[in-house]
Design a protein around this ligand. Structure first.
Ligand code: NOJ
Length: 751
């Protein structure tokens, strides 16, 4: 058979298989819709409202069973005992009138048992595959106890590290968050929702929650429709495109409307514009909290507003089950609205295969902390770490270093390195840096461990002295500082982002020993550590790195691995700079770098003698680190990018090529970033926007071309007429190691 025939047959076969699969899934989908219709016809209004009611597992099993028997709940959150899950499911399947399975849910945010770095740390890897793998492993572990739905990913854009929940998301950037969110959904949901280890994902929190005023959780937001559409909505649209099964509304009110009562975002945008076919759950009691917001008068009003806005399932506040029957009777809620909500919930239950396989196998082999799970968690921690400073190549640690002082409250804090939202993680399985380093160096290096402080908020400075004494005897100091898990996450916001307790004092005292000082930071957010960075010879920022943080950090410190993480959000020098983000619009008076700063202003200087541009007298022009920043043990040299064309039309695809060389002595990976600026728009446009990125592994000395494809359509934005359009004109483009470097080259889009 000649090759042409062989390939044609191969492709025909592929086509046949994919058509057959398409038909099969269409048929399945048709069958599912028929089943749903048949079921809804049999359901009483009470049973329908039961499906829309999610309760917690905190009741005793008898009370839960009674509710299930009466068909008063469709989903239970926070039950993780497979035996209880099966027992409750059996009641639903065998003792409730219609035998509709319960959907068991849990916040599996960055791991179930094996804990991965916090999502913000994962974002620093700029590696969607790593995020997908982490989510897949989390799903494998969580589904093994019967959990079929997680409330992740959180894809709220946030530019405010005071907000404790910054830890749970992928940072400040719309494009990075869109890519990472989609990867995470793919990981949780697997190839098909009805896979044995697939769990439904939930895109949350819809929408704007990351922009809460002052970074105070649950607060108000004031985002214009244009800002919502250009910055905050795209990750959610990407989630719909990735097939996410569910959405969760956010706690905040935007422009005076709580998300849980916002029909514009839930119906007009999510359903009508994006065609979302899954279901929407409220956040915890966010339906009844509309009363506290002053948006609803009472439970009945809150239920009416949430149901009519398009919230299909109510999490825990129970107003639907209590009030919606009367609301339907009084014609304030249409029964067809209820039917649509129930249809969307049942669709996901069918797609998850719950009607056919409602139970969890309790005799399957335990997958928790499996070797490959731990290996992936370690790799994730390696790629999440950012080398912020490395003077005189202090790192990696050289073989002439024979005595090391390990200090700081995070060096051996198994719980604290796991980070927020680790309901099911166990600190007993955590591998801390202290233990991992001892294991790695064996007898080659003498380790003196003196924590100096017992925990991150420790204000007792008397224990600093022994740590300094230990440091004075060493060739090198490794100081592990940061924040405990409890200091970030939901409701854990901070007005001050300096190191807590006496940690800063500890660093100063260590610096005074004159010994080389390497500071390793484990935290849930960027901290304002300008001073401590100045005092350190090298700084590795690891966020909360999870179960395998210790071995990952040890390998990085000794150069068995090379840091490759880049800041997933701007690191401010001072809290007062917040919100600091790279993708801001320009002002009419951008900062002029020759401006005089606070300490150089002459006494009694004239009011207009300082240049009248946009900057802080006391914090200058720059953040501590820009978005996308991170060093390596090697160096990379970027060539000048070349473009496939400098004049393009809307339907064209721009190809950008750049030569990248590893000019140092270590094999390493560089995260190459492509930014674009639309120079003149019908509205003001960001000074730069990330449009592509790529992790590029290169051996020492190796050189290669990196190439990006950028469809011009992706330069569209919501313009002055609120139309999503590419506007012809000039664009700047950078290919660079971070959001502040590089020289722009120009291209034009013509109509
Ligand atoms: C409240 C949080 O805002 C949300 O993210 C979480 O999923 C729910 N509680 C359920 O625990």
């Amino acid at each position: 058979m000649n090759n042409i025939i062989k390939y044609s047959l191969f492709f025909l076969t592929l086509l046949f298989i994919s058509c057959a699969q398409h038909d099969k899934s269409n048929n399945n989908q048709e069958q599912i819709e028929k089943n749903i219709d048949a079921l809804i016809r049999k359901m009483t209004l009470e049973e329908k409202l039961g499906q829309m009611n999610q309760i917690t597992s905190y009741l005793n099993i008898e009370d839960l069973s009674n509710l299930i028997k009466k068909g008063e709940t469709g989903s239970i959150l926070n039950e993780t005992d497979p035996v209880r899950i099966n027992a409750l499911q059996r009641v639903a399947m065998e003792e409730s009138r219609l035998g509709i399975p319960i959907l068991f849910a849990r916040d599996v945010i960055h791991g179930f048992k094996t804990i991965f770095p916090i999502p913000l740390g994962q974002a620093a890897s700029f590696n969607p595959l790593l995020v997908e793998t982490g989510a897949r492993i989390s799903a494998i572990e969580a589904s093994s106890v019967g959990i079929k739905w997680t409330f992740a990913p959180m894809i709220d854009i946030s530019r405010d590290p005071r907000w404790g929940r910054i830890a749970e998301g992928f940072g400040e950037d719309t494009y990075l968050t869109s890519v990472m969110g989609a990867a995470s959904i793919k990981g949780y949901q697997g190839d098909s929702l009805n896979g044995r280890t697939s769990i439904a994902a939930c895109a949350k929190h819809f929408v704007g929650y990351g922009a809460v005023e002052g970074g105070r959780d649950y607060n108000s937001t004031h985002l214009s429709e244009r800002l919502l559409r250009n910055v905050f909505l795209p990750p959610f649209e990407a989630a719909v495109q990735a097939g996410v099964a569910t959405f969760m509304t956010s706690f905040n009110d935007n422009d005076g409307i709580p998300s849980t009562g916002n029909r514009f975002i839930l119906e007009d945008i999510l359903r009508k514009e994006w065609g979302f076919k899954g279901f929407v759950v409220s956040d915890w009691a966010s339906v009844s909290e509309m009363i506290t917001h002053g948006f609803a008068a009472d439970d009945a009003d809150a239920a009416m507003k949430a149901i009519n806005a398009g919230v299909d399932m109510e999490m825990v506040s129970g107003t639907y089950i209590k009030e919606a029957k009367q609301l339907v009777g009084a014609n304030k809620v249409k029964e067809s609205t209820i039917d649509n909500a129930v249809r969307d919930i049942l669709r996901i239950k069918y797609m998850l295969g719950l009607f056919d396989n409602p139970y969890v196998e309790t005799n399957q082999p335990n997958t928790f902390y499996a070797n490959n799970h731990l290996a992936s968690a370690k790799q994730a921690a390696i790629e999440s770490a950012i080398l912020l400073k490395n003077d005189q190549q202090t790192l990696p640690i050289k073989s002439n270093i024979k005595t090391i002082a390990i200090v700081g409250p995070m060096a051996n804090a198994p719980y604290e390195q796991l980070g927020t939202w680790i309901f099911d993680g166990e600190k007993e399985y955590t591998q801390t840096p202290l233990k991992a380093i001892k294991k790695l160096v064996g007898n080659e290096v003498q380790i003196i461990y003196e924590p100096g402080l017992a925990y991150s908020r420790d204000n007792n400075s008397t224990t600093i002295t022994p740590a300094v004494t230990a440091a004075s005897k060493a060739d090198l100091i490794l100081a592990f500082v940061g924040e405990e898990s409890i200091l970030s996450g939901e409701a854990h916001c901070l007005a001050d982002l300096d190191l807590q307790g006496k940690q800063s004092e500890l660093i100063s005292a260590l610096k005074n020993t004159g010994k080389p000082l390497v500071t390793i930071v484990m935290a849930g957010r960027p901290l304002t550590i300008e001073k401590e960075i100045e005092q350190s010879d090298a700084v590795l920022y690891c966020f909360h790195p999870g179960t395998m943080g210790g071995p990952a950090i040890a390998d990085l410190l000794w150069g068995k691995e090379v840091p490759s993480g880049k800041t997933p959000m701007t690191f401010p020098k001072k809290v007062g700079q917040i919100p600091a983000y790279y993708s801001h619009n320009n002002t009419g008076r951008p900062a002029n770098r020759s401006e005089t700063l606070l300490h150089n202003i002459p006494i009694e200087a004239g009011q207009t003698s300082l240049g009248c541009t946009s900057f802080y007298l006391d914090a200058g022009f720059d953040p501590l680190y820009p978005f996308g920043y991170g060093l390596s043990y090697t160096t990379f040299q970027y060539g000048e990018p070349t473009l496939s064309s400098t004049q393009l039309k809307e339907n064209d695809v721009l190809t950008v090529r750049v030569e990248l060389q590893n000019t140092g002595n270590y094999d390493a990976t560089e995260v190459v970033q492509l930014y674009v600026q639309d120079k003149v728009g019908s509205t003001t446009r960001p000074v730069k926007e990330l449009k592509r990125f790529m992790r590029v592994p290169l051996k020492a000395g190796e050189k290669r071309y990196v190439s990006f494809e950028l469809p011009i359509k992706e330069l569209a934005f919501w313009n002055i007429d609120m139309k999503y359009k590419v506007e012809p004109g000039e664009f700047n483009l950078w290919v660079a190691p971070d959001s502040q470097s590089g020289t722009p080259i120009m291209f034009k889009v013509v109509s």
